[in-house]
Write a protein that binds this ligand. Sequence first.
Ligand SMILES: *Cc1c(COP(=O)(O)O)cnc(C)c1O
Length: 360
Amino acid sequence: MARVNNFSAGPAVLPEPVLAQVRDELLDWHGCGMSVMEMSHRGKEFMAIQAEAEADLRALMGIPANYKVLFLQGGASLQFSMLPLNLLPVGGKADYVLTGSWAKKAAAEAKRYGTVNIAASSAETNFNRIPVQSELKLDPAAAYVHVTGNNTIFGTEYHYTPDTGSVPLVSDASSHILSRPVDVSRYGLIYAGAQKNVGPAGLTLVIVRDDLIGHCRDGAPTMLDYAIHAENDSAYNTPPTFAIYVSGLVFKHLLAQGGLPAVERANVEKADLLYGLLDRSGFYNCPTEPASRSRMNVPFTLANAELDAPFLAEAKQAGLVQLKGHRSVGGMRASLYNAMPLAGVQALVDFMIDFERRHG
Ligand SMILES: *Cc1c(COP(=O)(O)O)cnc(C)c1O
């Protein structure tokens, strides 16, 4: 068996011990003679799996008791609609900070339901930075302020928690949830598709403060009402059982590593290793402003775009895959999610130094 170093932006690398455990338990979960995939979501086995996943996620993130954890479907993209349907009253307005493609999509969806105020934007510099607090033109009458905590495509990340006063702060944390400690009490709602830094595609996590539940607008589909999912312990309909199970194993794995402070230390070390090379090199260039750089997604370009294809081909030969950048940025992108080991980043850096020596 030869596992590659997978730098995919998502679906992405998962911790190898978790995959091995899934394999070992696949045909017969804990002696019950069936796979988790084959179990009733209302049976006591699966209900225990889900309850344990929720308890472990609460422990990892320190989620206060007045927040619900919802295990939903539809991806982060459905949250772009579900959020305004639940939090934006008819005739209401919301603040959005535009920091990339996903933020634009979120704002565009909210516009269908109310007035969207662009509180700040880094579009002028091709989204290479995160606006600072003093740039945010916040409306005290907004129903909420929406930020994209980590910008998967452009490779930027908030390194501060915006102060929004009494207006609830909402973050799309899809590509950096569980990568660092977070003070959940500073947020009204956090959502994340699981397939970047948590588990398999198909699960969407929503962490929402109790008082924001129960205000879904009339006429919205039942399935898009947070209250329905909260009242039914995320089992109003069939939840994505297998993805919840695997994500639960990831939560346990992160707790065993020492929780999010330890995870953050490892992520800082990995990111510093790659950014260090990019900053020293005259051959590679990183487009993002240093103070806004993402620890999870690192875009970079080569001195000569004609070298992109050979770079990707040779990297693949060296077992370093999924490095092609997003089409809206070009060049390369290395995603360094929690499950990417330091050795994988070291192998990438060694390859890049060697490639520069041969082609620079
Ligand atoms: C991937 C991603 C999305 C879209 O997620 P889906 O689960 O595919 O809908 C939204 N926001 C961010 C920040 C992402 O990285």
